[in-house]
Design a protein around this ligand. Structure first.
Ligand SMILES: Nc1ncnc2c1ncn2[C@@H]1O[C@H](COP(=O)(O)OP(=O)(O)OP(=O)(O)O)[C@@H](O)[C@H]1O
Length: 501
């Protein structure tokens, strides 16, 4: 294998993180031009300059006015993107340390630099009565402090939180805050809530049989929690009208003959090229396919061992995030980028490519040797990826934080890549994929077909092995909830019109 030497310019993502790029880092880079390339990239990584829609602005304004809001909408309507703007706004209003960013899963929490809702709340698995959970939180000093401190709570991917858990959290918030802060018993103890998600996507995993409140919208407190419940309408991920219509139908469990024809065409396409990511409902299939394909390449393997810091239980959450504990790569591996490293250049979370080489960085080597050697198990060699967009880039270490308000309580350092011949449907919720291949026969449960298919940007990138229309189904309770949501909006419009008369 040829050993390449990469200059700091080619490898400008050698070591980066929002938290550590400060004046210290700038001064470590020697030439002006290099500083410029890093600085401009940093800005674009933070927040790509995209104009918000009127609806997105309306939500931001409502939040600035102190309202609690539920944001929903189809896949790709910019819910998570908008949350990033909202978090910035909330931090300005309440102060960094009083805004807590959470999500139902480790993967989605990590993508917002937050923590899981369960870990924020201090409720463990959350499978106890409200009173028992309250006692548990009261004994956990840090969790108790968080509940007192929080002024704004952001919850992403709410579809995977049950109504029972949602009600229990409200109970905990109300009780702790009214007692400790001496205020009257307000809903959620007066916390400003920003909740986001699409109930047509993956539902909560419920272990207890006979749970009455399956979805968060079935929680007793749901309707009283929010000043505004709004469905984003503009879809950004796809632009092809036919595909948008197909996905909108599948989301609600509906399809017509035209949709069937489109799906048939996706089945009859010639074998997908090797860049297509295979989606599986079960993690065992994903691991097996990735391991087999890596094995078949029969190349030298490079090991990258994640470096974790912080304390339990926070440290444990890192294991559920997107960055693997041990990453094995070799020349020819198909990989997927798990961080935004150059938004304007298209190297974003979800971009796919192939490992070209492994190389050392020549002129920044001394600065970061210790960091790299902690993670790289085969000398200080970093992977060089040729992305499907044509760009070649050496990929350096990234950091994933578990945040408690403004405090980083755990951190993982790892290369922001995962093997990408195959992925699980659960892991890909929230991602945009250019080219995917899935077997719709193997999916189970509501929402899975929709989550899988709604990842692609265009029909060219969609390949189906099998197709069975019976797998397209939406939960009737979810359908009713959305009917009620749009019905209430129509009623509101009618009321406004009557007021004007
Ligand atoms: N106002 C906007 N203008 C242009 N693009 C936007 C806008 N808002 C969001 N986007 C882009 O739309 C894409 C999808 O956004 P995002 O992932 O936030 O959607 P989502 O609703 O969270 O999807 P999912 O439900 O699948 O997680 C992203 O590439 C994002 O940058």
């Amino acid at each position: 294998m040829k050993l390449s030497l990469y200059t700091a310019k080619t490898a400008y993502r050698f070591l980066s993180s929002k938290a550590t790029w400060g004046s210290k880092c700038w001064s470590q880079i020697s030439t002006k031009s290099k500083v410029k390339s890093c600085r401009s990239e940093l800005i674009s990584t933070k927040m790509p300059k995209v104009k918000l829609t009127d609806q997105q602005n309306q939500i931001l304004e409502a939040i600035s006015n102190g309202n609690s809001v539920f944001i929903t909408g189809s896949a790709g309507t910019g819910k998570t993107y908008l949350l990033q703007h909202i978090i910035t706004k909330l931090r300005k209003i309440h102060g960094k340390s009083r805004v807590f960013v959470t999500a139902s899963t480790g993967v989605s929490a990590c993508s917002l630099n937050g923590q899981t809702l369960h870990s924020f709340a201090g409720i463990g698995l959350g499978d106890a009565s409200a009173v028992d959970l309250l006692s548990r939180v009261a004994l956990d000093k840090r969790a108790y402090k968080r509940w007192n401190k929080v002024r704004a709570l952001v919850i992403d991917e709410i579809s995977m939180i049950s109504g029972e858990v949602f009600d229990n959290l409200e109970f905990i918030a109300r009780n702790i805050r009214s007692e400790e802060l001496g205020c009257e018993e307000n809903i959620w103890g007066g916390i400003q809530l920003v909740v986001s998600g699409d109930f047509f996507q993956l539902p909560p995993v419920i272990n207890k049989k006979g749970t009455k409140k399956e979805f968060a919208f079935e929680a007793d407190c749901w309707d009283t929690c929010f000043d505004m419940q709004i469905e984003l309408k503009t879809i950004f991920r796809q632009s092809d009208e036919q595909l948008i219509k197909l996905l909108q139908g599948i989301r609600k469990g509906k399809y017509d003959s035209e949709d069937m024809k489109l799906l048939d065409q996706c089945c009859s396409k010639v074998e997908p090229d090797s860049s297509a990511i295979q989606l599986y409902p079960r993690i065992e299939d994903v691991s097996k396919v990735n391991a087999d394909r890596l094995d078949r390449l029969d190349e030298v393997l490079y090991h990258y061992q994640a470096l974790d810091s912080g304390k339990d239980p926070w440290k444990k959450q890192l294991k559920h995030g997107i960055a693997p504990e041990l990453l094995k790569l070799c020349v020819g591996s198909r990989v997927l980028l798990t961080k935004n490293i150059d938004v304007i250049g298209g190297l974003v979370n979800g971009a796919t490519g192939t490992i070209l080489d492994f190389a050392v960085v020549q002129d920044t080597q001394k600065l970061y040797d210790h960091e790299i050697s902690d993670v790289c198990r085969n000398g200080n060699l970093l992977p060089v990826v040729k992305f499907d967009s044509g760009q070649e880039m050496m990929i350096g270490l990234e950091r994933w934080y578990v945040m408690e308000g403004d405090e980083a309580v755990a951190m993982r350092k790892q290369i922001p890549l995962i093997l990408a011949w195959a992925l699980s449907i659960h892991k890909c919720q929230g991602m945009t994929l250019n080219n995917l291949h899935t077997d719709l026969y193997r999916v189970f449960g509501f929402g899975m077909v929709y989550v899988a298919l709604s990842r692609v940007k265009s029909l060219d990138g969609l390949h189906l092995a099998n197709f069975n229309p019976s797998k397209i189904k939406a939960n009737p309770k979810v359908l009713q909830f959305y009917e009620r949501l749009s019905g209430e909006k129509d009623e509101q419009k009618e009321d406004d019109a009557t007021d004007e008369i």
